[in-house]
Design a protein around this ligand. Structure first.
Ligand code: MV4
Length: 449
């Protein structure tokens, strides 16, 4: 096993990874920008290295600085966390070239899933259901028109280099198609320097359901069930739950088994997430995330599996500590992402946290580096805390979540806590009756009141 790991990230996720390391007897090296010198992940780590000025590109995305920090502290491995360099195949490659273990998949799998056209083709050949559309890139107007005619309008034009919702255009009629195609290509070129696009049938009211997997270097694969991440705004998730209120046990077992089989065929190694759209009882693969995800704790809550611990063990070549039959999801879990934002406008709200009290009690977990006196810097993602609540039933989970949100005190910055309190009181949410567009409709309804 590794003796020392460098955590190439910040905030609550750096803390989360630190915690797994300490419980495994592994020393940690924190890295930080000059804006994060007082952060909790730096305070708790065994060693820390300042890697540059505040902007992400000069610090947490600065590959030479990270590799130098790893070399001078003599770590065995590097954990990239989420965001930043976690899905950068070049970084994974360079980490290995410099003699460190990258705690994640092989660079080839990161590259494959980073190209959305290649990822979809791979998914299809592995036997996963995909959205009807062009099989690969669309090059000519004529080809696009023929495909759209065959699959039927509305269609969605997606950028191969996109993902996470960037570079998509809906065409509702043939009249709109060619103009949307030109726009999509121009936007893709400007945003990614790569104008390859593909076409899909547009699904109007899907849910976003993703399956968590763990795969070791010995051919063992398990899935930890699904998460429902439909409650989002502008591709930013607000709240996630596991299991999905939309699935029954049969559908759950079927999609889990199908995903495990596909991941096994792919020869993938590490933690990963397969994302689907789900509409009218059917799953459609959209993307695979080749990294740890922000919402991983809800899968941990219902399965009891420490995903980061397994990810580290896998990278060290150790077999999974459990078989699929050992994983028996229990009860229900919900995560609220608490952002330092105005809960109405979603404008970032950096500043000093003047008072802090985290909720506790049975079934309550808080992943956060906050403390009274901490200054939330303005340079990074506004996620400051995750509240993860578990109950034996969805209803118990909701009652507990309401109680925990009431207890949570974060003063000095605006947070999304009041928004979560309103959302979980809505009948549609209580009934599990929401899709990926629900929140945007809800917020615009509010504007009219
Ligand atoms: C779609 C779709 C509807 N139809 N594909 C957005 C992010 C990217 N990962 C895929 N996305 C979508 N693909 C078809 N054929 C709607 C979305 C989408 C979405 C998906 C998941 C979570 C939130 C979303 C918000 C808007 C649109």
């Amino acid at each position: 096993m590794f003796e020392k790991i460098l955590i190439a990230n910040r905030g609550e996720i750096a803390l989360r990874i630190h915690r797994a390391c300490r419980e495994m007897g592994i020393d940690t090296v924190a890295v930080h920008s000059t804006a994060d010198a007082d952060a909790m992940h730096v305070r708790l780590a065994d060693e820390s290295v300042c890697i540059g000025p505040p902007p992400g590109k000069d610090s947490y995305l600065n590959i030479p600085a990270l590799l130098s920090a790893a070399a001078i502290t003599g770590v065995d491995a590097i954990h990239p966390g989420v965001g930043f360099l976690s899905e950068n195949a070049n970084f994974a490659d360079m980490v290995q070239e410099h003699g460190f273990v990258f705690i994640g998949p092989e660079p080839e799998h990161i590259s494959l899933m980073g190209d959305k056209v290649a990822a979809k083709q791979a998914a299809e050949s592995l036997g996963l259901p995909v959205v009807p559309g062009s099989h690969g890139a669309v090059t000519t107007d004529k080809e696009a028109a023929e495909i759209a005619e065959r699959i039927g309008y509305p269609v969605l034009i997606k950028a191969a280099a996109g993902g996470g919702g960037r570079g998509m255009k809906v065409a509702r009629t043939q009249g709109e198609l060619l103009e949307s195609l030109r726009l999509a290509k121009a936007e893709a070129k400007a945003a990614f320097g790569y104008d390859v696009v593909y076409l899909e049938k547009y699904l109007g009211q899907p849910r976003h359901i993703e399956v968590q997997i763990l795969a070791d270097a010995h051919g063992n694969v398990v899935h930890l069930g699904e998460r429902d991440c439909s409650l989002q705004r502008r591709h930013q998730k607000l709240l996630e739950e596991a299991p999905s209120p939309a699935l029954n046990a049969d559908q759950r077992a079927k999609i889990g088994a199908l995903v495990s089989k596909s991941i096994s065929k792919l020869g993938y190694r590490s933690a990963g997430t397969i994302e689907f759209l789900y509409e009218n009882g059917e799953f459609y693969f959209i993307e695979m995330n080749t990294r740890l995800q922000v919402e991983h704790p809800i899968s941990e809550a219902i399965t009891g599996v420490d995903i980061v611990r397994e990810q580290i063990r896998i990278a060290a070549g150790i077999p999974l500590s459990m078989a699929q039959s050992d994983i028996v999801p229990q009860g229900h879990a919900i995560e609220c992402r608490i952002n330092a934002e105005n809960p109405e406008t979603f404008m970032p709200s950096p500043g000093t946290v003047t008072d802090y009290h985290a909720p506790g009690g049975l079934g309550v977990r808080v992943d956060s580096g906050l403390y009274a006196g901490y200054r939330v810097p303005p340079y990074y993602d506004s996620l400051i805390a995750k509240l993860i609540v578990q109950g034996q039933t969805r209803n118990e989970c909701l009652m507990r979540l309401r109680r925990a949100l009431e207890e949570f005190v974060i003063e000095g910055v605006h947070t999304t806590i009041p928004l979560h309190q309103r959302l979980i009181a809505e009948n549609d949410f209580i009934n599990g009756n929401y899709d990926i567009h629900w929140l945007e409709h809800y917020m615009s309804r509010e504007d009219e009141i």
